[in-house]
Design a protein around this ligand. Structure first.
Ligand code: HEC
Ligand code: HEC
Length: 675
């Protein structure tokens, strides 16, 4: 989403045109008379440019002399702060919060900056500071040399739609039609990024406790003007009217209502078959080695890029809609299925010349998981989507996405028997030994077995495990499913063949294995491991009950990592290494760190900073298992390709299209569940 909209651009053009006129009128080349300031030495063009930067990047959070919004009032900020400090702040405020005592004081209450690093150039910082200085002076008359100019700038200000702070009237309590309207607006315009229950997703948490702290005025302003951190200027773009903006600011101060149910009929209505199977190629048309494609999620762009794993070229970009969460492959690998946080499923055919979107459907209003049927005889036949809301899963035809059934999975808590309103479907894995999907029910703490050979695709068993199940994957034999109950600091082990809980055990603060990693340890036989969100620790546990029963499902090694905030661990059967990231570290350099564990040595071989910007996140191997791909999760994203033998960087894939790359899925490895 971009804030660089038509209306904003018009505003900018107006400012620039005005300034040009102004300069011509006054014959002014520079504001040389304002000593020791940003305005000194700045031309009218500079100040006009500064004004347009301010309109585009600052008005969502700041005023100049009209009071605080989300950020402090910037009136006369040049009198409170050193010029060099301000320039540094505008270049990289987040790093300053880590290193500069003044900056730390500024954000002390929260401990973390709410102003994202703007990465302005020196010149842009200079220009916007000059503009702020001029505007400040207007609020505090006295700087004679500036006055005549200001009078003219005033004429422009009154026409500017963006700066005017919206109504300050106290937020009314919404009822009836107004409430319904606000609710619908939220579902249509906000839920994709902030989550249905406002708990946050792409955008931050905006539950009432938080929005009350911001206040209605700051909320209205941010809805109108947006921010460069990814909040669209919905008001200025004309998507929300001023009336809508007031309505939404009141709505956000009230608790979120229950989101709607999604019926089978509604799911059917959402189904779009864009290319029917009969119109698709019978054999691969592309000359590329499509089973070494990587599907790359471009998180904030709402797209999936398909990159050729051999040539590293872009094979195609598919528009999937906001907030794609994961991709899974059909069992032959021909199709990628993408699931968005908004519940939309997109099916991509990899055989045409260019990868092609062939069908879409929306089975949930909020979702995280999807999986294909992988048992013999069911290849590319069926697909399951697990919902975060409503509490249900949906089964689709694997060739067309035609919905086949919806199954309610509301289940009481496994331990207390408490009835639960919200039961979210977390990780789903496909059995390769039977016609089954293994479905984690987060809040109730069960692992459900869905038998897709039976009519209606029913749950045939619910295995009590632990509450708040999140993510997990298979052991080497694909008999045991290991899943993290991350709020309980535990891993649970399910014997899927026998339909039983084997055991559960503590590993550390919030384990996050992703799909996990399996390898052979010189001492403990086959093992599996997890990294942790809440502490810098790799924990390895035995997973070889046949040969090493004494170590099975017990922690056998704990390895300290520098950084907490780990999300993914990865290896390949052919690799001597295990790769670990820490993108949620609270230290900027920590978010870019990669650590590599040696299977043979049983210790960390090295940790290094992979990138100068963004976060290093998620690993994927190529088909041959010789390369590891890592995402630099940033607006100017990159994919770094390492040689898995030497650990040397082979290449960096770059391009305008690489906006916020996160998860990557190699066709061969994803289809075969190689991890
Ligand atoms: C998303 C909201 C947001 C945007 C957009 C934003 N700021 Fe900020 N700004 C803040 C917040 C909040 C603070 C207070 C410190 C913090 O939390 O980071 C702040 C602090 C500041 C400070 C320090 C103020 C002081 O009192 O010391 C300056 C200067 C500043 N911002 C300038 C700008 C400029 C110039 C722009 C546009 C180019 C901008 N900001 C864009 C939210 C924002
Ligand atoms: C394209 C995704 C997207 C959409 C759509 C979106 N937001 Fe946001 N929103 C964000 C992001 C990202 C931020 C954080 C911006 C920043 O830090 O600069 C944000 C910030 C906010 C904030 C400020 C929170 C804070 O503490 O900084 C509010 C309030 C908000 N959004 C409300 C809404 C509402 C209401 C809607 C719908 C009318 C909406 N947003 C639609 C992405 C989105």
């Amino acid at each position: 989403m971009t804030t660089d909209t038509v209306s904003v651009r018009c505003g900018v053009r107006r400012v620039v045109r005005f300034a040009t006129l102004l300069a011509a009128l006054l014959g002014l080349a520079a504001f040389g008379a304002v000593d020791g300031s940003a305005a000194a030495g700045s031309s009218t063009e500079d100040i006009a440019t500064g004004g347009s930067i301010f309109q585009k990047k600052c008005v969502g959070c700041h005023t100049i002399g009209d009071g605080s919004l989300l950020g402090p009032d910037l009136g006369n900020v040049h009198r409170r702060r050193e010029h060099a400090w301000l320039v540094r702040w505008l270049k990289d405020s987040e790093t300053m919060v880590e290193t500069d005592p003044e900056a730390r004081k500024l954000v002390a209450a929260r401990g973390q900056s709410r102003m994202k690093s703007l990465r302005l150039s020196d010149q842009e910082a200079q220009q916007v500071l000059a503009y702020i200085e001029i505007e400040s002076a207007k609020k505090a008359p006295g700087a004679a040399t500036v006055q005549p100019v200001l009078a003219l700038i005033d004429a422009r200000s009154t026409q500017s739609p963006s700066v005017a702070a919206p109504s300050e009237a106290p937020a009314p309590v919404l009822t009836g039609a107004a409430f319904e309207q606000a609710k619908n607006l939220y579902f249509d315009r906000c839920a994709g990024c902030h989550g249905l229950l406002r708990k946050g997703a792409t955008g931050p948490n905006i539950e009432p406790a938080h929005t009350a702290e911001l206040g209605a005025k700051a909320v209205q302003n941010i809805l109108t003007n947006g921010t460069p951190g990814g909040m669209p200027a919905l008001g200025n773009e004309g998507i929300l009217t001023p009336e809508h903006v007031r309505l939404m600011s009141a709505y956000l101060l009230m608790p979120a209502p229950d989101p709607p149910a999604v019926s089978f009929e509604e799911i059917r209505e959402s189904w779009k078959l864009l290319v029917p199977p009969a119109s698709r190629p019978k054999t691969p048309v592309t000359k590329r080695q499509w089973d070494n494609y990587f599907g790359v999620i471009l998180r904030d762009a709402g797209k999936v890029a398909i990159v050729d794993g051999d040539t590293k070229e872009l094979a195609g970009v598919i528009e999937t809609g906001f907030a794609v969460h994961i991709l899974r492959s059909s069992s032959t690998g021909r199709y990628f299925y993408a699931v968005g946080r908004d519940g939309r499923v997109s099916m991509i055919d990899l055989w045409p010349e260019t990868p092609t979107l062939v069908a879409q459907v929306k089975g949930c209003v909020d979702a995280r998981s999807i999986e294909a049927s992988k048992y013999k005889g069911y290849e590319d036949k069926l697909l399951i989507e697990g919902c975060y809301w409503p509490p249900q899963y949906v089964v689709f035809d694997g060739q067309t996405l035609e919905p086949k059934t919806v199954v309610d999975i509301t289940t009481p808590a496994y331990d207390t028997g408490e009835a639960l309103k919200e039961v979210r479907v977390a990780a789903i894995v496909p059995s390769h030994h039977g016609p089954q999907w293994v479905v984690s029910l987060k809040e109730s703490g069960h692992v459900a077995i869905v038998d897709y050979s039976k009519p209606g695709f029913p749950v045939t068993k619910k295995i009590a495990a632990e509450r708040f199940l999140h993510d997990g994957g298979w052991d080497r034999t694909k008999q045991y499913f290991m899943v993290a109950a991350n709020m309980r600091d535990q891993m649970a082990v399910i014997d899927v063949k026998n339909g039983t809980l084997v055991t559960k055990f503590k590993t550390g603060v919030r384990p996050h294995p992703g799909r996990g990693a399996n390898w052979e340890d010189p001492e403990y036989g086959w093992v599996n491991g997890t990294t942790h969100m809440g502490e810098g620790k790799l924990v390895i546990y035995g997973a070889d009950p046949a040969r090493k029963p004494q170590h099975a499902w017990k922690v056998v090694r704990e390895v300290a990592l520098g950084e907490p905030g780990g999300l993914f661990i990865k290896t390949h059967p052919k690799s001597p290494w295990v790769w670990l990231d820490s993108p949620l570290s609270n230290e900027p350099n920590g978010t870019r760190q990669i650590c590599i564990y040696s299977k043979k040595e049983g210790k960390i071989d090295r940790c290094f900073t992979a990138s100068a910007r963004g976060r290093a996140v998620h690993f994927e191997y190529n088909k041959a298992g010789t390369e590891v791909w890592v995402s630099v999760w940033d607006r100017e994203g990159e994919l770094i390709v390492y040689d898995d033998k030497t650990l040397k960087e082979k290449t960096r894939i770059e391009g305008d299209w690489l906006v916020t790359p996160t998860g990557k899925f190699n066709v061969f490895n994803t289809a075969g569940d190689v991890y």
